[in-house]
Design a protein around this ligand. Structure first.
Ligand SMILES: [Zn+2]
Length: 350
C-alpha cells in the first residue's frame, strides 16, 4: 500500500544482453505476466526506455485487471541492468554488452543522470526503502525520456546480479546467512548476501573483481573489462561457444548438450575443463567471502544443465578439498524479475 492506501504493484524488469524480461510479483510472491522480448542491440537510451515503459505498463495493466484494482495504480519498479552502477545507484558506470546504455553514449547535454533522474531522492534510516526516484515529480518536470509511469510510482536501479541473487535467496527462504550466487550468461557475475544484506561488490567498478580472475598466466585472454584471465572469457555463453567451435566440438550450447547426452568422451573432457575454470573462481570466492552456499545459475546453466553438477563434483573432490556446497538455481530465467520486483517493493537491504 502507498500512503494514500492504494495497492502498489511490484514490477521487475530484467534487462539481459539478449532478452528483456518484465513481470509482476503477485501477493503469493510468484512472478506473473512474464513478458520476454529481444533486447534492442542498438539505438538510443530514450527509445529503449520507451519500450520498457510499454512492457511495464502492459504487465501492470494485466495484473490490475486480474485483481480488480485501478489500472493507474502506482508501481514499484526494479530495473536490473547488465551493468555496474555508481555507489548511489544513480547512473550506469559501465555496460559492456549494451554500450548504448552507458553514460558516455548519451549526448553530453543530457547525461543518463539528467535524463533519467531529474528528481532523485536518496532516503536513509531504519525504515529506508532504498534510493528511489519519485517518478511523479520527475514527470511533472518534463523528463520525457524517462520511464513514463503512473503517479506515485518509484524506480529502483539494480544490477542484474543483485536482482537474480535476491530472487534466488528469496526462493531458498532467505537462508543461509552467507549466500552466494554465481551467474553465467552473456556475462559472468557474482553476488553475495551476508546476514540479509546485499553486498555492493561492483559499485563504481569498471572491471571484473579480482576474485573472478582465473588465469594469471602470460597467455591469459584479455577481457572486454580491460583485465586479463577473467572467468567471463572462459564460461560466458559467447566464450563457451567460441571455445566449443575452437575444439571442433559443437557450434553452440545445444550441440554441446547433445554431445554430452550422447556420452561423447571428448565432450565430457571439455565439460570437466570448463568446470575447472569455474572451480578456480569459486576457490577465490570461498577465500574472499566464505559463503555457506553458492547457487549457480544463468543462461549457460539452462543450456548445459550438466555443468552445475560437474562443478559440484569437482568442487567436492579430494584434490579440491572444498566443503562449500554448490547448488543449481531455482528461479530459472525469472529470478532476476522476481528479485528486482521484491527489492523495488521492499527496498535494497544494504
Ligand atoms: Zn573481465
Amino acid at each position: 500500500m502507498d500512503p494514500d492506501g492504494k495497492t502498489i504493484i511490484p514490477v521487475g524488469v530484467d534487462v539481459g544482453a539478449t532478452t528483456v524480461r518484465v513481470g509482476v510479483v503477485d501477493e503469493a510472491g510468484a512472478v506473473v505476466h512474464l513478458d520476454r522480448r529481444p533486447t534492442p542491440q542498438a539505438g538510443e537510451a530514450a527509445s529503449f526506455f520507451d519500450l520498457l515503459t510499454q512492457r511495464i505498463r502492459e504487465a501492470a495493466r494485466r495484473f490490475a485487471e486480474k485483481i480488480s484494482i485501478p489500472i493507474d495504480a502506482p508501481l514499484a519498479v526494479g530495473v536490473a541492468l547488465p551493468a555496474t552502477l555508481s555507489a548511489d545507484r544513480r547512473y550506469v558506470v559501465r555496460c559492456v554488452h549494451l554500450p548504448f546504455l552507458t553514460q558516455a553514449s548519451i549526448a553530453p547535454v543530457a547525461t543518463w543522470r539528467d535524463v533519467l533522474f531529474t528528481d532523485w531522492r536518496g532516503h536513509s534510516g531504519g525504515t529506508s526503502r532504498g534510493s528511489e526516484l519519485v517518478v511523479q515529480e520527475a514527470n511533472a518536470k518534463g523528463a520525457s525520456s524517462f520511464l513514463d509511469l503512473p503517479r506515485g510510482s518509484t524506480v529502483t536501479l539494480l544490477t542484474d546480479i543483485e536482482a537474480a541473487l535476491w530472487g534466488e535467496y528469496h526462493l531458498r527462504g532467505k537462508t543461509p546467512p552467507r549466500f552466494g550466487h554465481l551467474r553465467l550468461g552473456t556475462g559472468v557475475g557474482f553476488g553475495v548476501v551476508l546476514d540479509g544484506r546485499v553486498q555492493r561488490l561492483d559499485a563504481d567498478r569498471r572491471t571484473h573483481p579480482e576474485w573472478l580472475i582465473v588465469d594469471e598466466s602470460a597467455s591469459a585472454p584479455s577481457c572486454p573489462c580491460g583485465l586479463r584471465g577473467c572467468l567471463e572469457r572462459f564460461v560466458s555463453g559467447p566464450a563457451l561457444e567460441w571455445r566449443l567451435r575452437e575444439h571442433g566440438l559443437a557450434s553452440d550450447l545445444a550441440g554441446f548438450r547433445r554431445a554430452l547426452d550422447a556420452q561423447e568422451t571428448v565432450a565430457h573432457a571439455f565439460l570437466r575443463d570448463t568446470a575447472g575454470w569455474i572451480v578456480r573462481a569459486l576457490r577465490n570466492i570461498e577465500t574472499r567471502w566464505r559463503p555457506d552456499v553458492v547457487v549457480i545459475g544463468g543462461g549457460v546453466c539452462r543450456g548445459v544443465p550438466q555443468l552445475v553438477e560437474a562443478v559440484g563434483t569437482l568442487c567436492g573432490s579430494v584434490q579440491e578439498g572444498s566443503h562449500m556446497p554448490i547448488k543449481g538455481d531455482r528461479g530459472g530465467d525469472s529470478a532476476g524479475v522476481l528479485g528486482a520486483a521484491l527489492l523495488a517493493r521492499d527496498g535494497v537491504p544494504s
